[in-house]
Design a binder for this molecule. Structure first.
Ligand code: GLN
Length: 503
């Protein structure tokens, strides 16, 4: 009989194997994780909603399939924490905002449907910055999430609930979304693995829109293989999403099972360094580069001058698209309605509702975006930002050029380790800097991963290594990631999370 404390430490691959062999039941695994949530989530606050009954019903269905001799999928019975940005017809979907408090969507997102079809057990919905705007989860209307390494620190954002659920062993798998870094930055600061797939690789249908040309859902896990198994389940063409790529999913699982960097050319971008980078982050990154060399890779220094403009371009494009996307929250269609007492006009009700329902950061971006798109300023702001976006894409294209170029690029995922809750809450510019290294990939639409590469000596907190691959070459992330992970586990003697202080 395997006890709960052992079950919650298993990887998704191990859980699936044990359920398939009959060593564990899906109900046992789900109960172990629900008990863990009961024990620690009051402190961590990773979840906004836990669907105890739904999760157990799904687990029972898996056990019934197994008993009936049906073939189980590769993640059947494995629990998962779902970011509260994907619609779920049996659970509320708030996007971390008061404006959607209590809203139960009439349909499941494509990603939700795929998880259910794969017999993944959805434990509940995770906390996030309101409308995925932020890098700390402090912008959630429902209060912040703590980093399991140190509860006074941020777990990253916007997907801090998902990363914290993994690092606190409340779930072995989670889902995030990455518009400017919200999968990778939370992974980096919690010592977990997160992947932003190629834009269009995972359907956006039923994923509440923030900045549609940048938003991308993706897998979060504690190991590279687990992320690959989840990637394969959620990816693929969806006719319900007009930007979904109609091509085979890159062979991510195969790549994760055959990690190697032997003979690869790996780029280090000179722009991802300098002022604002914490010494311990730089140290761990440099050691990772040495490790890659020792594993047989050739390191190539790259100059990508347009990357210096990425943050500025992002903070015009993302607010512009959000100002348009969030116009649908008009008090008529969904969620909150304020001041509808029979005396006010529809316009006044809309205004009162948006005033009460949106938080400060969302309002800041709607105002910024509306301004950047307004006639007379459009070319100067939005138009220029789109030109910079093209230059960034060209920098990547040159770097990855066939023949002379590199196979992947590596960088620190974030300039610093997890900062303290409250430290940057009143300083939006300082908050925006958390995504310095992740944003170029969103603007260009290619794929990237963050995985742990050690603890910063000065504060003992996790550091993330970012791996960046060309569009539709997501498998390279897993090939390199698996090799790096295996080398680190050998060096440290265990996965990094083993060192996390217990809650
Ligand atoms: N931190 C960035 C922002 O606030 C990115 C967020 C995201 O990827 N969703 O916009």
């Amino acid at each position: 009989m395997t006890d709960n404390s052992t079950i919650i430490k298993l990887t998704a691959a191990e859980i699936a194997a044990k359920i398939a062999s009959g060593e564990l039941t899906a109900v046992q695994v789900t109960e172990a994780h629900l008990a863990r949530i009961d024990a620690v989530d009051e402190k961590v606050h990773a979840f906004l909603h836990v669907d105890r009954e739904g999760a157990l019903a799904q687990a029972r269905a898996v056990d019934a399939k197994k008993a009936a001799g049906e073939k189980l999928g590769p993640l059947a019975g494995v629990p998962l924490a779902l970011k509260d940005i994907f619609t779920t017809k049996d659970m509320p979907t708030t996007v971390g905002s008061k404006i959607l408090e209590g809203w139960i969507p009439p349909y499941d997102a494509t990603l939700t449907k795929k998880l259910k079809a794969a017999d993944v057990v959805i434990l509940g919905k995770t906390n996030m910055d309101e409308f995925a705007m932020g890098s700390s989860t402090e912008n959630s209307a429902y209060g912040p999430t703590g980093n399991p390494w140190d509860l006074t620190r941020i777990p990253g954002g916007s997907g801090g609930g998902s990363s914290a659920a993994l690092a606190s062993y409340e779930a072995p798998l989670a889902i995030g979304t990455d518009t400017g870094g919200s999968i990778r930055q939370p992974a980096a600061v919690t010592g977990t693995v997160g992947v932003k797939p190629t834009y269009g690789g995972v359907s956006r249908y039923g994923m509440v829109a923030f900045s549609s040309s940048l938003d991308q859902g993706g897998p979060c896990a504690r190991t590279v293989l687990d992320a690959a198994l989840l990637h394969e389940v959620i990816a693929g063409h969806d006719p319900m999403d007009s930007t979904s790529i109609d091509a085979p999913v890159p062979p991510v699982v195969e790549a994760a099972r055959s990690g190697s960097v032997e003979g690869m050319r790996i780029g280090v971008v000179k722009q991802f360094a300098g002022e604002g980078y914490q010494a311990g982050v730089v140290q761990r990154f440099n050691e990772s580069v040495e490790l890659l060399k020792s594993l047989g890779a050739t390191i190539v220094e790259l100059d990508c001058p347009s990357f210096d403009l990425a943050l500025s371009a992002y903070y015009l494009i993302a607010p512009s698209e959000c100002s348009s996307n969030l116009a649908r929250f008009d008090a008529m269609r969904y969620g909150l309605r304020v001041g509808d007492d029979g005396t006010r006009s529809a316009e006044d009700v809309t205004a009162l509702t948006r005033e009460a329902g949106f938080g400060d950061e969302v309002k800041r971006r709607v105002i910024l975006g509306t301004y950047a798109l307004s006639s007379g300023y459009y070319d100067a702001y939005y138009g220029s930002a789109q030109k910079v976006r093209t230059l960034i894409t060209q920098d990547f294209e040159r770097a990855f050029e066939q023949g002379s170029g590199v196979d992947v690029i590596v960088s620190p995922t974030t300039p610093t380790t997890a900062f303290s809750i409250g430290e940057r809450a009143d300083d939006p510019m300082a908050m925006y800097l958390a995504d310095l290294c992740t944003i170029p990939t969103n603007l260009a639409g290619n794929s990237a991963m963050s995985l742990p590469c050690g603890l910063a000596p000065e504060d003992g907190l996790p550091v993330g290594l970012q791996i960046i691959a060309p569009a539709m070459k997501d498998d390279r992330l897993y090939k390199v990631g698996a090799a790096v992970e295996a080398a680190f586990v050998e060096k440290w003697g265990h996965p990094l999370l083993e060192e996390a202080p217990s809650l």
